[in-house]
Design a protein around this ligand. Sequence first.
Ligand code: HEC
Length: 140
Amino acid sequence: MKRGTKIALGVVVLLVVMQVVRPARENPAVTGDLVAPPEVKSVLKKACYDCHSNETVWPWYSNVAPVSWLVARDVNDGRKHLNFSVWDSYEPGRKAHKLEEIEGEVSEGEMPMAIYVPLHPEAKLSDAEKKLIVDWAKQR
Ligand code: HEC
């Protein structure tokens, strides 16, 4: 067997073996969803809810390792930091702190995560959408 063929076979075998490790893709119950004006909510839903809620729309490639591992990591990590589906359970101080962080992340263009936007063009926020979120988050 040629060296190139061996390498190609090795890569295929590795990819197949990787599929065995399947991260959990779960959407736990929504217990206390954020209440916000509809125009704010619609921006948060299209740009943030995949990682910051229990209403994640899992894309087909989130079935395929190693991408599945990265997507699951971002969603788990995102929910841990900020989960709009359980917003009701946050203490007032925590809510205020999260709003402050939302203001910061959105005004600096740090969120939505850069890796997410090319695959979800609707999540690319216009200046008007950013301002809408920032102004809303400032009312804390
Ligand atoms: C692709 C997944 C993804 C998307 C989409 C996303 N985030 Fe995040 N977000 C994360 C992850 C992962 C973290 C935690 C790690 C970090 O801070 O980078 C995070 C952290 C944050 C934090 C910091 C919270 C803390 O406790 O430090 C805020 C605030 C935030 N995101 C707001 C938003 C907002 C607002 C949107 C939509 C405009 C958004 N994110 C979209 C994945 C995402």
